[in-house]
Design a protein around this ligand. Structure first.
Ligand SMILES: [Zn+2]
Length: 216
C-alpha cells in the first residue's frame, strides 16, 4: 500500500513538472542546403557517413550566448553560413553554429532545432549532443529562472532520449580522449568559459536524482 501511494505521488510530480515546462516552437532554417552542410560536417569531422542528419542524443551541453536577445540570437543561428570573422571555425566548415534550444532570461524556452537533428555547437560531440543556449554572458549572469527552466528542460529531455551526460560547454575538454569524442582534426579545439561553474552547480543541484554524468 505504501509503495502504491509513493508511486502515485512520484507520478504527480512528473505531471506537475511537465505542465510547468512550455516549449515554444521557433524553428530555424533546416532546408536542403543546411542538410547538405550538416551531412558534410558529420562525415568530415565526426567520421559518420549518414543519409540524414539524424542523431541519437546522449549528452546535453549548456551554453550562454555571450549577449543579445532571443530575436538577435535567433537571427544569428538562422543563418546557414558562419560569418567570415569566425575564421578558426570557418576553416573547419562553412556550416553556421546553432543550438536546439534557446532560453530567455525570464525562463521562456524556445526550440530552434529538433533534438534528434544535428546542430553544430560543441566540437567533438555534436553528433550526439543537444545544445541549450541561454541569453546571457560573463557580465550578464544567468538568472534563477534560467536555472529552473534548464533543469525542467533537461528532466523532460532525459525522459524522451537516452541522455547519460550533462555538461557545461566549458567542461567539454574532458571528453577529448574518450570513446565519445569524434573529431578527425586533433588540433581543432577552442577553450570555452560558458555557461559558468556557478550556473552548472545550480542546475545540477536540481537534478541529482537523474544521476547524469559530467565526464566519460
Ligand atoms: Zn558555448
Amino acid at each position: 500500500m505504501r509503495k502504491i501511494i509513493l508511486l502515485f505521488f512520484a507520478n504527480c510530480s512528473f505531471l506537475f513538472q511537465a505542465q510547468n515546462l512550455k516549449i515554444i516552437q521557433k524553428p530555424i532554417d533546416y532546408s536542403n542546403e543546411k542538410i547538405k552542410l550538416s551531412l558534410e560536417y558529420l562525415k568530415d569531422h565526426h567520421g559518420l557517413d549518414q543519409k540524414t542528419p539524424k542523431t541519437t542524443p546522449k549528452i546535453i551541453v549548456l551554453h550562454y550566448t555571450a549577449g543579445g536577445t532571443i530575436e538577435s540570437n535567433f537571427k544569428y543561428f538562422n543563418n546557414l553560413y558562419l560569418e567570415n570573422q569566425r575564421s578558426t571555425l570557418k576553416n573547419q566548415s562553412p556550416l553556421n553554429v546553432s543550438a536546439h534550444f534557446l532560453v530567455d532570461r525570464d525562463g521562456t524556452v524556445y526550440q530552434l532545432v529538433d533534438p534528434e537533428m544535428f546542430a553544430r555547437h560543441t566540437i567533438g560531440l555534436n553528433y550526439c549532443a543537444i545544445g541549450v543556449e541561454n541569453i546571457g554572458s560573463k557580465a550578464q549572469t544567468l538568472t534563477e529562472k534560467q536555472v529552473d527552466a534548464n533543469a525542467e528542460l533537461i528532466r523532460y529531455l532525459t525522459r524522451k532520449y537516452p541522455i547519460e551526460y550533462l555538461i557545461g560547454h566549458s567542461e567539454y575538454g574532458v571528453f577529448r580522449n574518450s570513446k565519445l569524442w569524434k573529431e578527425s582534426n586533433p588540433k581543432y579545439f577552442t577553450g570555452k568559459a560558458d555557461p559558468g561553474d556557478d550556473f552548472m552547480k545550480k542546475v545540477r543541484a536540481k537534478l541529482t536524482d537523474l544521476k547524469l554524468k559530467s565526464q566519460p
